[in-house]
Structures are given as C-alpha cells and as structure tokens.
Ligand binder design. Structure first.
Ligand SMILES: CN(C)c1ccccc1CNc1ccc(C(N)=O)cn1
Length: 241
C-alpha cells in the first residue's frame, strides 16, 4: 500500500511518521508514505500556492495550477481530498480504501482548493466528521492511520483488528490488566477464570450491551444488514429483559 500526502505543511507529519506502529510499518516496508510539499510544484518567483477567492469574501483558495501539476504524477492512484464537504469516514470506507494499491490524499487548507481540481481530478472527497479544522493534515493522518492498521503485518501478532470495535459493527468490550484488584476495585471474575468460552461470551455480551446503551444506531444497522449471529441475538434478548 502506497500513500502519497500532498500538503503545504510537510513538517506536520514528522511525528506521525517517526513513532510507534506507523514507524515500524514503514521500516518493515509494509506501507510506503510519501509526503509532498505542494509548494515544490510552483514555478513562479513568489511560489504562490493560493490566491483570493473570485466573488470576494474572506480567506484564500489553493490555486489550480500547482495541484494539477503535482496530481499529474499521481493520476494512477485513487485521489482523495479531505474536507468538511466529503463523505463521512467509516470503518467500512477505511476497509475499502485499504484494498487500493496506491492512494493520494490532498490536505486542503485555507478555504479549500479550486473546485476545478475537485471536478477534474478528485475521486473521493472524505470528511472525518462534522467539525471544522484549520487544515486537512490531521484528517490525512487519520485516514492514513486507519488504513495502515488494516494492512497485514502492521499490527503484528499481539493486537489484531478482528476484535476492533466497528470491525464487527459493535463497540468494544471493557479491557482490564494487572493488578486484579486496585484501590478495592476488582476485575470481573470471569476474566480471571481461564474459562475461554465463558470469557468470549462475556465479552460479546458486554459489546452488545454497550452498543445497545451508547450507540443503538449501530445495532439497528447490524440488524438491518442481518449481520447478527444466533448467539448475538440470544445475548441481545437477555440484555433487553
Ligand atoms: C479550512 N477548512 C474548513 C477547509 C475547507 C475545505 C477543505 C479543507 C479545509 C481544512 N479543514 C478541514 C478539513 C477537513 C475536515 C473534516 N471534517 O474532515 C475539517 N476541516
């Protein structure tokens, strides 16, 4: 999986690329991340990347020329633009994107980019949620992070995404680690029992209970898509009693 990120602020990505799971995935060459400075694709004296909007109003808009030039190099990849006007990112969309060979993410800035770039070159506009940020760099990191962890080998053997919340359409169950009692607070007995089947059922029930309480919309969706196993239906009935 190769991810190109087009940005005006490449230095924002150094921490993201040099730490933890992403760093290890890059070292193992499981993914390749290429951060490109849009400004390198300006050839005028002032290296101008933005300009005032036609029609007036405040702010600046990213000019079409530098973006058309840089995107020429990546036209074989799926071109993504992060903006509040995009399709909201979900785990299913992440899963679909993780199957691409190469994607290029344009991190928007200022008031956005010239619409002609979107119309002509952008394959998918993505929003990470209904809120406004100073730039598209954090959304680009979030999309890159969410995709990378689905690439085989990136999470290593300890963590796996099969039990991810959202992976099975449910929220995650509660997690505990040593000590078994802390400040008089105990870990649920079943988790200390070593009884794997009971533990699995307890975790599944906790996931369904939490989803029922906190995100009934997710349960609805799972029911609509007929994605419930017989066990999950049984546990949901117990919870509803
Ligand atoms: C300055 N703005 C509003 C803007 C306008 C257009 C494009 C990019 C930006 C950069 N900001 C972003 C980007 C993405 C998201 C999101 N929800 O994915 C929120 N904000």
């Amino acid at each position: 999986m190769k991810i190109n990120i087009l940005t005006l602020f490449p230095d924002m990505f150094s921490g993201f690329l040099n730490e933890s799971i992403i760093k290890r995935a890059l070292e193992k060459e499981l993914i390749k991340i290429n951060v490109i400075n849009i400004r390198d694709f300006t050839f005028d004296k002032h290296k101008q990347v933005d300009d005032t909007p036609f029609g007036g109003g405040g702010g600046m808009v990213l000019k079409p020329e530098p973006l058309f030039r840089v995107l020429e190099k990546f036209k074989k990849s799926k071109i993504i633009y992060t903006s509040p006007q995009g399709k909201t990112l979900t785990q299913n969309l992440v899963k679909d994107l993780s199957k691409e060979k190469e994607i290029t993410i344009i991190a928007g800035h200022y008031e956005g980019i010239d619409e002609r770039v979107i119309e002509e070159l952008v394959d998918l506009e993505i929003s990470i949620g209904d809120y406004v940020l100073t730039g598209g760099e954090l959304p680009a990191m979030i999309i890159t992070d969410a995709i990378s962890r689905l690439i085989p080998g990136v999470l290593g053997n300890t963590a796996s995404y099969e039990n991810d919340s959202f992976y099975n359409g449910l929220l995650d169950y509660p997690h505990y680690t040593r000590p078994a009692e802390y400040n008089g607070l105990k870990v649920p007995e079943v988790l200390l029992s070593g009884h794997h089947k009971n533990i699995e059922i307890w975790r599944k029930k906790e996931s369904i209970k939490r989803t029922y309480i906190r995100r009934p919309d997710l349960l609805e969706k799972k029911l609509e898509n007929k994605e419930f196993s017989k066990l999950e239906i049984k546990l949901l009935d117990e919870i509803k009693k």
